[in-house]
Design a binder for this molecule. Structure first.
Ligand SMILES: *[C@@H]1O[C@H](CO)[C@@H](O)[C@H](O)[C@H]1NC(C)=O
Ligand SMILES: *[C@@H]1O[C@H](CO)[C@@H](O)[C@H](O)[C@H]1NC(C)=O
Ligand SMILES: *[C@@H]1O[C@H](CO)[C@@H](O)[C@H](O)[C@H]1NC(C)=O
Length: 485
């Protein structure tokens, strides 16, 4: 009997032990989960800049690369060349430079062969290599696997992380921005490619001393940073990558003494963690809020999405931007100008879609949509020399600068980043505002000899047009059928 009792006691004890151990384990698991979801486990130094103490009194500067052979003047006083602007950022860097770029081709031999003055790409690359000696940490995220330049940067102490876009969306990492010391920002069409500093026409902005916004852009960078070699998007995200500001809760800052609401947006949908505004939502909002005009400058415009589904190519109409523009034109009488590029990758359907848009205004008073094509020579651009690579929209009350062309497949598969600026108060400076400068840049291009009318382009192309094969210039942008996997 006594023996049986002790056995029972033993069983009871070990059961209790088990329960205690189990609870402990549970607690531990919860703790680990909490730590992973809220605390930075990547050991990043936040530089002591937080949402509470960040700086919102920012300076903004418009940067452009205008190729030498183009007869176009800067958009106004106080604007900078892209190359000068980026070198300026590197001069300011004290601790860190974070770069995302779709291309890395600063040192190409083509540059010397083409006799482009200054060798700007090479100069910038050498500055980046030199960051190490100044104790400035360089971090790069990229979807390129075989870049000699990234290998060289790694060898000079840069930290380079690879994002497998093929596995994630079958697209490309098209984001193009810099975050310097979590204070200064560059975002725009120009990337780490010597063409962006020499022969292509680029536009972007620099924001100085703007740590409140830089913190949020840094979160987008961190998002890519954490995707290193992943072939899926985690469903639970660290708080370090969720959005701080959005189109419904923008950040109020002073931009050169003018109050403005600002926020960042990203693409594709899969890359928008909690609260992050999608690029397309940002564009829609800016179009919807325009009162008198919308000026758009992008290389390509095509409301179509291409995907591959079980080995079949499927093309679908992608209506988002088209719809928003139609509403603005017909229901709100907003004047729309589209400045596209005419080059070798211009999809023939572009002409049909923009003709369709402009025919909306037939026999309508105060309805105006005009389309022009930027082209530096008579025939088709065989080359990207003088190509207008701009990707922005300016309206009477806001601007949007992005990294993607207005093509359905781009927003669906490619990773891009956008910035929306909407002034809220009186412009008190006697100098032109950033909106004034962007509008001036647009009008300069629009009224230049390089902007050809739709009619002109149609005669150039001859008719009838050959029915195009519905593939976007050989780019593999199809998303893997998710249900198949
Ligand atoms: C903002 O201020 C900076 C520095 O004073 C100046 O260089 C820049 O041109 C200004 N930007 C605008 C849009 O006026
Ligand atoms: C990227 O993902 C694809 C598809 O999952 C895989 O085939 C490829 O090897 C990956 N690339 C790298 C460099 O990991
Ligand atoms: C940024 O702020 C610092 C310190 O307040 C100031 O010295 C510097 O001139 C500012 N830079 C710009 C571009 O406004």
């Amino acid at each position: 009997m006594a023996e049986q009792k002790t056995t029972q006691e033993n069983i009871l004890k070990s059961q209790q032990k088990c329960i205690a151990l189990f609870s402990l384990l549970c607690c531990f698991a919860v703790l680990v989960a909490l730590i992973f979801s809220s605390v930075d486990v990547w050991g990043e130094d936040e530089d002591g800049i937080t949402e509470e103490n960040c700086n919102f009194k920012c300076r903004i500067v418009l940067v452009e690369n205008i190729p030498e052979e183009l007869d176009l003047s800067p958009a106004g006083e106080g604007t900078l060349g892209l190359s000068v602007g980026l070198h300026g950022l590197l001069d300011m860097a004290k601790r860190s430079v974070e770069i995302v770029s779709p291309r890395w081709d600063l040192t190409s031999r083509e540059q010397q062969a083409g006799h482009f003055s200054g060798n700007e790409g090479q100069r910038l690359f050498e500055r980046l290599l030199g960051l190490k000696s100044r104790g400035v940490k360089l971090k790069v995220t990229s979807s390129l696997t075989d870049s000699a330049e990234l290998t060289a940067l790694s060898a000079h102490d840069a930290e380079v992380r690879y994002v497998n876009m093929t596995a994630l969306t079958k697209g490309h990492l098209h984001s193009s921005f810099w975050v310097v010391d979590r204070k200064h920002i560059y975002i725009g069409s120009g990337s780490m490619d010597w063409r962006s500093l020499a022969k292509m026409k680029e536009l972007g902005v620099l924001l100085y001393n703007c740590s409140c916004l830089a913190l949020d852009l840094h979160r987008i960078f961190s998002f890519y940073w954490q995707l290193q070699y992943k072939d899926y998007i985690p469903s639970i995200w660290s708080k370090r990558v969720t959005a701080l500001y959005s189109r419904d809760e923008p950040l109020l800052i002073h931009l050169n003494n003018t109050d403005a609401n600002v926020y960042m947006s990203t693409s594709p949908d899969l890359f928008c963690p909690k609260d992050r505004t999608k690029d397309i939502e940002a564009i829609e909002r800016v179009i919807q809020e325009a009162k008198s005009f919308i000026y758009v400058s992008v290389t390509d415009y095509l409301p179509l999405v291409n995907r591959t589904s079980r080995g079949l190519h499927v093309t679908r109409y992608w209506s988002e931007i088209d719809e928003a523009l139609r509403e603005a034109l017909v229901l709100r009488r907003v004047t729309v100008r589209l400045l596209l590029s005419f080059w070798e990758k211009t999809h023939p359907y572009t002409i049909n879609f923009v003709s369709s848009l402009s025919s909306l205004c037939i026999q309508q008073m105060d309805c105006s949509l005009e389309v022009k094509f930027f082209s530096t020579n008579e025939g088709l651009h065989r080359d990207d020399k003088g190509l207008n690579n701009n990707k922005y929209m300016v309206t009477d009350n806001a601007l949007y600068i992005g990294n993607l062309d207005w093509v359905g497949s781009q927003f669906t598969f490619n990773a891009g980043t956008g910035l929306v600026i909407k002034p809220t108060g009186e412009h008190l400076d006697d100098k032109p505002s950033i909106l004034d400068q962007m509008k001036a840049a647009f009008e300069r291009d629009w009224f230049s000899q390089y902007a050809k009318s739709l009619q002109h382009i149609m005669t150039q192309m001859g008719s009838p047009l050959k029915t195009p094969a519905l593939s976007l210039a050989g780019r593999a942008m199809e998303r893997r059928e998710r249900s198949g996997k």
